[in-house]
Design a protein around this ligand. Structure first.
Ligand SMILES: [Zn+2]
Length: 253
């Protein structure tokens, strides 16, 4: 039994269990080059959340992983067939309802574990923090928890060497052979500040890439994916353990 995964546990186990921290994995449903499944972000974030929670539970953390939200913000990709978009305001409503439940049941620490670049929770957390003052709400983009260059030759960001390696390790049956993948060539903005990332605009995805990928996946291997997965789950489990033990009325030193 896995008492730290809500979808896999039962009322008997949950009824009298004290949970300190709820974790919500959040992904997206979108094309990932030709070779990775639409659920790529959901599969990775869920497996990371569950493995990290397993490790944290073993260290005494009272953590529960909620079911993954499978749709993310894909406003820049509405011309890509069946990419599903949730607007940020919809995400706000979903989080408001989930946090209302946690708040009623005395689970005052909440971590959104994010696996999709279009999802951005900062402003939502600010507003919901105002509405639920007893809650400590935080978010983590798992893909920013490690240095890409220490595992992979090429950076990218979408269906790249990192995501392909992780998926080859986690769900090899869902990954096409790499000779069927596109090159994942991504165009840059013509405006300098936007490329240097001190100015920001949303990218029109179909104008940036031909195959929906950004990042060359050709050097991906499941071995690289496993090493990266171990590093990420180690880090996220430490985050969960610290959050579980934290006194939310005494967070600073
Ligand atoms: Zn992805």
């Amino acid at each position: 039994m896995r008492p730290f995964v809500l979808a896999a546990t039962n009322w008997k186990a949950v009824k009298d269990q004290k949970f300190e921290l709820a974790v919500l994995p959040w992904g997206a449903t979108e094309a990932h080059n030709y070779h990775l499944p639409f659920a790529t972000d959901n599969i990775m974030v869920e497996r990371i959340a569950e493995e990290a929670a397993r490790m944290a539970w073993g260290k005494g953390a009272k953590v529960v992983v909620l079911p993954t939200i499978p749709f993310g913000v894909n406003t820049g990709q509405m011309d890509i067939k069946i990419n599903i978009n949730l607007n940020p305001s919809t995400q706000f409503s979903i989080l408001d309802d989930i946090i209302d439940v946690l708040n009623r049941h005395g689970i005052f620490k909440f971590l959104i574990l994010n696996g999709h670049g279009g999802n951005d929770y900062k402003q939502i957390i600010r507003e919901l923090g105002l509405k639920y003052p007893r809650m400590f709400i935080c978010s983590c983009n798992w893909y920013q928890s490690f240095d890409n260059s220490s595992f992979f030759e090429k950076a990218g960001g979408h269906a790249d060497e990192m995501e392909t390696s992780m998926m080859q390790f986690l769900v090899p049956d869902l990954v096409l052979p790499l000779n069927e993948a596109g090159k994942g060539e991504g165009k840059k903005f013509r405006i300098k500040a936007l490329n240097e990332k001190w100015a920001w605009a949303e990218r029109r995805w179909t104008q940036v890439t031909n195959d929906t990928g950004i990042g060359d996946p050709s050097a991906a291997t499941p071995e690289k994916g496993e090493k990266c997965f171990r590093e990420v789950t180690d880090k996220i489990s430490n985050l969960m353990t610290e959050l579980s033990a934290a006194d939310i009325n005494n967070m600073y030193e």
